[in-house]
Write a protein that binds this ligand. Sequence first.
Ligand SMILES: Nc1ncnc2c1ncn2[C@@H]1O[C@H](COP(=O)(O)OP(=O)(O)OP(=O)(O)O)[C@@H](O)[C@H]1O
Length: 631
Amino acid sequence: MYSNKTFKVTSSSANKVGTTTRKIRKAQAPSSKMIDVEYNDYSSFAKVKLPEINENPTTGNRMKEVSCGVPITLEGRKAQHIYHTRTPSLKRKNDESLADELQRNIRSFGNAQKDDITKTSKRSTICCGSLKKLASVRTNQLDSFERVTKHLPPKTKFTSSEIEVMNLRNEILRAKIELYIKEQIDALNKTIQLQDDTPEVEYEVNQFMDDYEEIDDRSAYKNVHMAEIKDSLMNIRQYCEAMQTMNANLNSEELNKNNTPRSQKKIMNNHSKLNKKPVKEHPRRNFNEQKGNIKVFCRVRPPVLSECEDIADIRFPPYSYGKKISLASIKRNYWGVERETFKEYKFDKVFGASATQEEIFNNVTPIVQSVVDGSNGCIFAYGQTCAGKTYTMQGPQDPTIYNEGMIPRAVRQIFNHVNELKTQGWEYEIEGQFIEIYNDNIRDLLSEDPSNNRGLKFRTIHDEQTGTTMVNKAKTVNLDSVATLNWVLQMAAKNRAVASTKSNANSSRSHSIFMVRLMGTNTITGENRIGTLNLVDLAGSERLSKSGSQGDQLQEARYINSSLSHLKTVIQGIKEKSDHINFRNSTLTWLLKNSLRGNAKVLMFVHISPLESARAETESSLEFARLVNSV
Ligand SMILES: Nc1ncnc2c1ncn2[C@@H]1O[C@H](COP(=O)(O)OP(=O)(O)OP(=O)(O)O)[C@@H](O)[C@H]1O
């Protein structure tokens, strides 16, 4: 028998995540011999290890594994020395209590198992339910689709909107199915491609074979797989055909319905209602059309070497063009502290000092083009003396093909366009007059004897029917070649009145106007077109105080300023769409009447000097241009 001595109890338990912990405790045992009891909480069985048991030499050292609930006996003896290991203070229990304990354990274990089974079965019932629901929804969908497509009652009357909705639904469904089929075909194609004996496929097949050694015929596997793919393709083709017949049926039914006289009438009514709907004009398009008539561009002249110490702080686009230009000025506050402020001006386009003559001209070509097509156009060069107006319009004194001005470029473009139109039966007559307005009087710049100008009274004549203007008694040149054009430009440059002022030794004190008239007739259609292009180089806009003019020059400056101010008023009136615009106030505005109003396209080029000493004039020019632009 075991005596009451210390013995060792080993217990192991596992937590929720399955980590097992082993505990070894020492306790008083009734035996002087050590026994090992291993008790597993989780599986409810106990291992009882008997160390050397001298009392029973027949059993020796042994381990006996017993299930819970079974009374533990060790070699015929009842296991009365088994201790419950879950209680920290180990109590000796008799066989009955141990049996109870084990039974309780197995009951709780059984209950836990039962719970688990119930939960799983509940979950599977829910899954089954939702699967059933899904299946029924799918069946319903298919049913309704078939009802709509195949079994439409023949005498049902549909409104056109219902048919439209059905059509749309059908379209969507068709698209979805097509997409699905496409995806399927793509996937299949990929699989078929993979069937080729690429190394990857070989590898995959081998892997498969290794895994399933029982399939010894590899080619058989491949064949089976291919047969499956072929079957799927057949199915898809059949599906496609079925869809096509369904659509055809649906379309024919729709046609039948729409062919009845009543439905035809309804459809016609719907169409006429749609056509009667007022078409709303896009506000932006409207704005562009209104704004398209008068535009303002700004160009900054580059400084020459001698002007390098007098450069104003003007910010303009560094390359080509932008829309903004800002002028810096130093402002001093009450305490005498200076601060630099910028005044910003926004125009349709701003060309920096690096802009080339070609770039400038490319931006005015639409106007030139429209003149050939029978509209009127007018381009002004405005700005103070020495700001680059003549350079823009005519080019430098000895121009090359690269720096020639707008006038020669425009006339050449007209020549080119007219030549192109010859193939369509158009024949054009192009004539030009080059005049200047000096002290509000017209002078002919193409006269070979300028002294004759003094005795002649030039008059502006407007033809209201054709919308053209001409100056009587001024020389009219038939612009039929580049050579004539060159002669015109040279003659005008020679005759242009130049007076010396304090600002610019070669300053032109008159407005020069190159008037090009185009008369086109189409020999095939008999159509006529008349267009006029006026290219105006305005006199310098500097203020009287600045120019330091006296006597004749003061008189010149007064006429210049007054005509520019009238021009401003007229442009304002045009932009504001005034009922009465007084063009007669100055010779300049009267001459340009037809080129400013109506559908005429007007472009004002405001020229800016880069010099600090010209800051006040620059500001005044920019303000004038802003006014023209903003009205
Ligand atoms: N963009 C430019 N590039 C190079 N040089 C230029 C440019 N603009 C003007 N110039 C030069 O600046 C000088 C003055 O230009 P221009 O005679 O055209 O000024 P303007 O405004 O017509 O003067 P005015 O009102 O007195 O006739 C000329 O020598 C001209 O060649």
